[in-house]
Ligand binder design. Structure first.
Ligand SMILES: *Cc1c(COP(=O)(O)O)cnc(C)c1O
Length: 818
C-alpha cells in the first residue's frame, strides 16, 4: 500500500538508511534519502526483492517507473513523505516518548563514547540498558539509536554530537534527557561556530529540559556552563565537581600512582567521600571521564561500594577498528571494541566488502550483555546466517553451550586452544573479522595471523578520507563529477583499500598512471570507470580486456588506437589530453584543428572526456598563467566537440585548482593529494582532516657523554651530556635522508625530538636529552600528530607527494576507522 503521509508506527525492529547493511530484510524498514551525491531510491526495487516490506520515500524522488511498479507490490507499506530524515527523527521521538525510565544524554567535545560505555559498565548490574552503538551521535545516529529502546530496558544512555548551529535542538527534541553529562569541552569541532561561547551554548541546549547535569568546573570564578544553564534551564540541578578547592561544591581528589589512580569525591563540609574508587589509568582525560561517570552513577543510586568494584573494570576503549594484512592472503579486521550484539551487527557487513574473499568470523563469548544467553546466541546465529558468513569459529563456554543455534560452527574453550589447534593455518584468501571480549585476549590471534613484523607502520584513517571526500563533494556541488587519482598505489596509501572506499562512496572515475595499476584494481573487484594516463600500444589488449580507458595524448597513439579498434571491430572509449602549458603530455593548441578532423573520421572511438593539466594552480603568483590555461582549454575543447558533434566531460582541475580556481571545476575535477588532508590553502586546511600517520618504535635508548659522536661519519653531536633514542625507521622505509642532522623531528610523548646525525638505511637517532619521561616502550611519530607532512616536506626541501610515495613497501599499512 502506498500512503502519502508519515507512518503512524512501524513494524520493523530495525531502521536503515544504508542498503548495504540490511541483514534481516523482513524486519527492517528502509528510509530512502535523496542526497547530494547519492540517491537511496535506486536501491528500493532490489531491497523489495530481498524482502524489505516497509519503505519511507521522498516525494521529490517518487515518480516514474518505480512508483508505478510499486503499486502492485503486496504486503508492502510505502510512505511517501517530504523528507525521510525528518520523518525518521519524528518516529524516533514518538518511540522514545513511550518510555518513562530515566534517559541520560552525553555531549561535549571529547570523551562522549567513552563516557557512554563506562557509565553502562558502572550501571549494568543495576539496570537493563539501551544505549547508542559505537559513536552513533548524529542527526541520523541518534534516531537510529533510540529505536532500540524497549519495554524491557530500565535505563537509556545516549550520546549526542553536533557540527553546526541548530542541530542540537533537533536532537534534544528526540532525546528529552532526564540527566546529562557534559564531557571535556575543547576545540574538536570548532570550524562551524563563530566562538567557543556560541558552541558551548549550542551544545548545552541538549539539557534545556533536563533535571540534573554533571560536569567538571574548570574555573571556579568563571563557570561558563553555570552561567549559560541558568539562562536556558534555571530549574536544572547543576552538579559541578572540581579539583581545585576543597570548600566548594564537590571536591574531587585524584591521586595517581604509576598507571593507576585513586578517585575520591567529597561534598563540601562533609568528611567522608561518597565516591572512593580506583581505576587502572592515570591520564587526565581518563580521570575526568571516569569522575563524570562515577558521579552520575551515584546519582542513579549505585552505592559507593558497588562503584568501587565496578570502576576496576573500566578499561581504555579503542574505538578504532583496525584492518591489517594477514598471512596467506588473509585480511584481518580487528574489532574488539564494544563486544555486544549491536557491535557485531555493525561489524558484519565489513566482511561483504570484498566479494573475492571468503568470510570468516571469529567470535568469543559476549560478557555481561544483560540478555538471557539463549536469546542472545539465537540472535547472533540469525545475524550470521543472514550475512552468509562462510565460516564461524567460536571461543568460550557460553558459545559451546549454545552451539546448536548455529548451522555450522567450530568451537574452542579458549583462545590458546584455538591457536594450538592449527586451524588458523588452514585459513587463506579470506577476510577475518575478530570480535572478542577483552578477557579472551584476541590480540594473540591477531599476532598469530598478521603479516610482517617490521615495526614501522603507516596508519591510514579511512574516516578522515571519507570526511575529506564529503567535504570536496559538497564544495564542487552535485553537477560536477568527481574523478580521484589513485595512481602510485593511491599516493602510497594502498590502492585497493582506497579504491574500494571510493567506489563505495560513489565517485565517478578513478585514474591510474599505468595500465598494470588499472589491471590490479580490476583484479580486486574495482568496477568503476578507470582512466589510464600513460598507456602504450603493446598494452591495448590488456586495456580493453580490463575495461580500462586510455588517455590519448599524441597523433601516434591516436592512430594506433584507431587501427586497433577497427581491426578488433570494437568501440573504444578514450580521453583526449591537451597541453595548455604544462609541457608534459598532450596535443598542442596548433594541433587542435587536425585532431578534430581526425576524430571526426574515427566513429568507433568514443571521446569520453577532454582534459588538460594545470602547471601552477597552487601558486598565486602564477594566477594569470593559470587563468590563461583554463581559457585556452575551454576554447580547444569546444572546437573538438564541434568536430565530434557531441558533448564530452571536460576537466582540468587538480586538488589545488578545486580550491583556488572555482572556474576550473568544469564538468569534472581530479582530486589527488587533498583527499589525504594535505593542502596549501589556509581556508581549506581546517576543514579537512589528517589521514596519514607514520609511526615507529624505539629500539634502544643510550646515554651520551660530551666527547662521544653519534652515527655514520661521526656527524652527530650533542652540545653536552645527553640521551638519544634509536628509532626503527630509516631512509629505506622512506624517511628521507635529507631530514637528518636535526632537520626532521619525531613526536614522542608529545615532545618534538630532533634527529641527530645522519639518517641510516633502517634506523635513525633522535635527541631526547630534554625529555626524561621518554622510555623504550614509547611510540615515535614521524608525521601525522603535531608534525604535519606538509611542513616536514618543506624541511626535507621536497613536496608531500614525494614523501608519501616514498614510504616503502615494507612499511605495514594499517587502516583505521571508528
Ligand atoms: C596527479 C594528477 C592530478 C592530481 O593532482 P593533485 O595535485 O594530487 O590533486 C590531476 N591530474 C593529473 C593529470 C595528474 O597527473
Amino acid at each position: 500500500m502506498i500512503q502519502h503521509k508519515a507512518p503512524a508506527h512501524l513494524r520493523a525492529a530495525y531502521l536503515s538508511l544504508d542498503s548495504r547493511t540490511i541483514y534481516e530484510p523482513a524486519k527492517t524498514a528502509f528510509f530512502a534519502v535523496h542526497g547530494l551525491n547519492h540517491d537511496g531510491h535506486q536501491y528500493i526495487e532490489s531491497l523489495y526483492a530481498k524482502g524489505v516490506r516497509e519503505f519511507i520515500v521522498e516525494e521529490s524522488a517518487w515518480h516514474g517507473a518505480l512508483a508505478e511498479k510499486a503499486v502492485s507490490w503486496e504486503q508492502t507499506n510505502i510512505y511517501v513523505v517530504e523528507n525521510s530524515i525528518a520523518t525518521l527523527q519524528e518516529i524516533a521521538k514518538r518511540h522514545r516518548e513511550q518510555f518513562q525510565y530515566p534517559l541520560i544524554a552525553i555531549t561535549g567535545s571529547n570523551g562522549k563514547t567513552i563516557c557512554k560505555e563506562w557509565l553502562a559498565i558502572l550501571c549494568n548490574s543495576s539496570f537493563t540498558i539501551a544505549k547508542s552503538p559505537k559513536s552513533y551521535n548524529s542527526q541520523i545516529g541518534v534516531p537510529l539509536s533510540l529505536w532500540a529502546m524497549q519495554e524491557k530496558h530500565t535505563l537509556g544512555i545516549f550520546e549526542a554530537g553536533i557540527s553546526q548551529k541548530g542541530e542540537m535542538d533537533r536532537i534534544e527534541t528526540m532525546l528529552k534527557p532526564d540527566y546529562g553529562i557534559f564531557t571535556h569541552f575543547g576545540e574538536a569541532h570548532g570550524s562551524n561556530f563563530s566562538s567557543d561561547e556560541e558552541k558551548l551554548r549550542e551544545k548545552l541546549n541538549l539539557f534545556k529540559n533536563a533535571k540534573k547535569l554533571v560536569y567538571r568546573i574548570k574555573d571556579l570564578q568563571n563557570d561558563a556552563i553555570k552561567t549559560i544553564m541558568q539562562e536556558i534551564n534555571p530549574s536544572c540541578e547543576l552538579i559541578g565537581w572540581n579539583t581545585i578547592s576543597p570548600d566548594k561544591g564537590l571536591f574531587t581528589f585524584w591521586q595517581t600512582k604509576g598507571k593507576s589512580a585513586h578517585i575520591k569525591v567529597i561534598k563540601a563540609a562533609q568528611s567522608e567521600a561518597f565516591i572512593d574508587s580506583h581505576i587502572d589509568m592515570s591520564d587526565e582525560a581518563s580521570l575526568e571521564n571516569a569522575t563524570n561517570c562515577l558521579v552520575l552513577a551515584s546519582i542513579l543510586g549505585i552505592s559507593r561500594d558497588v562503584l568501587g568494584i565496578k570502576s576496576r573494570a573500566l578499561k581504555p576503549i579503542s574505538m578504532r577498528l583496525e584492518m591489517k594484512e594477514g598471512l596467506r592472503g588473509n585480511t584481518l579486521i580487528d574489532d574488539s571494541y564494544n563486544n555486544d550484539v549491536d557491535g557485531l551487527r555493525l561489524a558484519l557487513p565489513l566482511l561483504q566488502k570484498n566479494k573475492q574473499k571468503k568470510s570468516v568470523l571469529i567470535l568469543s563469548d559476549f560478557i555481561e550483555t544483560g540478555i538471557p544467553e539463549k536469546d542472545l546466541y539465537a540472535e547472533v546465529a540469525s545475524l550470521v546466517r543472514h550475512q552468509k558468513i562462510d565460516r564461524v569459529i567460536g571461543v568460550g563456554e557460553h558459545i559451546i553451550r549454545n552451539k546448536v543455534n548455529f548451522d555450522s560452527i567450530d568451537v574452542y574453550h579458549t583462545t590458546e586452544d584455538l591457536i594450538s589447534s592449527g586451524v588458523l593455518n588452514t585459513i587463506n584468501n579470506s577476510q577475518l573479522l575478530l570480535k572478542g571480549a577483552r578477557k579472551f585476549n584476541f590480540e594473540k590471534l591477531v599476532h598469530a595471523l598478521e603479516n610482517k613484523t617490521h615495526r614501522t607502520q603507516l596508519e591510514v584513517n579511512l574516516d578522515a578520507i571519507q570526511h575529506n571526500l564529503t567535504y570536496f563533494k559538497k564544495s564542487i556541488g552535485p553537477d560536477t563529477k568527481l574523478m580521484v587519482m589513485v595512481k602510485a598505489f593511491a599516493y602510497g596509501t594502498g590502492a585497493i583499500e582506497i579504491a574500494t572506499l571510493l567506489q563505495n562512496s560513489g565517485v565517478d572515475y578513478l585514474t591510474v598512471a599505468y595500465t598494470d595499476e588499472g589491471v590490479y584494481l580490476r583484479k580486486h573487484g574495482i568496477y568503476v570507470p578507470i582512466m589510464v594516463m600513460n598507456p602504450t600500444v603493446e598494452e591495448f589488449d590488456k586495456l580493453t580486456e580490463n575495461g580500462l580507458e586510455p588517455e590519448i595524448y599524441s597523433f601516434n597513439l591516436l592512430k594506433a588506437i584507431d587501427e586497433y579498434s577497427t581491426q578488433q571491430n570494437k568501440n573504444i572509449k578514450i580521453h583526449i589530453k591537451l597541453d595548455t602549458g604544462m609541457k608534459r603530455l598532450g596535443f598542442e593548441s596548433s594541433e587542435i584543428a587536425e585532431l578534430g578532423e581526425n576524430l571526426a573520421q574515427m566513429p568507433q572511438l568514443w571521446v569520453a572526456s577532454i582534459l588538460s593539466h594545470l602547471a601552477a594552480a597552487d601558486s598565486p603568483q602564477h594566477g594569470e598563467f593559470t587563468e590563461k590555461q583554463i581559457a585556452q582549454f575551454s576554447q580547444a575543447a569546444a572546437e573538438i566537440e564541434a568536430s565530434l558533434g557531441y558533448q564530452t566531460i571536460k576537466h582540468i582541475a587538480n586538488s589545488a585548482a578545486i580550491q583556488n580556481y572555482p572556474s576550473a571545476r568544469q564538468d569534472m575535477v581530479r582530486l589527488g593529494i587533498s583527499l589525504y588532508g594535505i593542502t596549501g590553502n589556509p581556508n581549506v586546511k581546517n576543514k579537512i582532516e589528517n589521514v596519514l600517520t607514520l609511526k615507529t618504535s624505539i629500539s634502544q635508548i643510550k646515554n651520551i657523554a660530551p666527547e662521544e659522536s653519534i652515527g655514520y661519519g661521526r656527524r652527530g653531536n650533542l652540545t653536552g651530556p645527553g640521551r638519544i633514542a634509536t628509532l626503527a625507521i630509516g631512509y629505506a622505509d622512506g624517511y628521507s635522508r635529507a631530514l637528518g642532522m636535526g632537520k626532521g623531528h619525531f613526536e614522542i610523548k608529545g615532545h618534538l625530538c630532533p634527529t641527530v646525525g645522519s639518517i641510516c638505511m633502517d634506523m635513525c637517532m633522535v635527541d631526547i636529552s630534554q625529555f626524561p619521561d621518554i622510555s623504550v616502550s614509547d611510540t615515535a611519530i614521524a608525521f601525522g600528530g603535531k608534525i604535519q607532512l606538509y611542513d616536514l616536506a618543506k624541511q626535507a626541501e621536497t613536496i608531500p607527494y614525494e614523501l608519501m610515495t616514498n614510504i616503502s613497501e615494507r612499511v605495514k599499512r594499517v587502516y583505521v576507522t571508528q
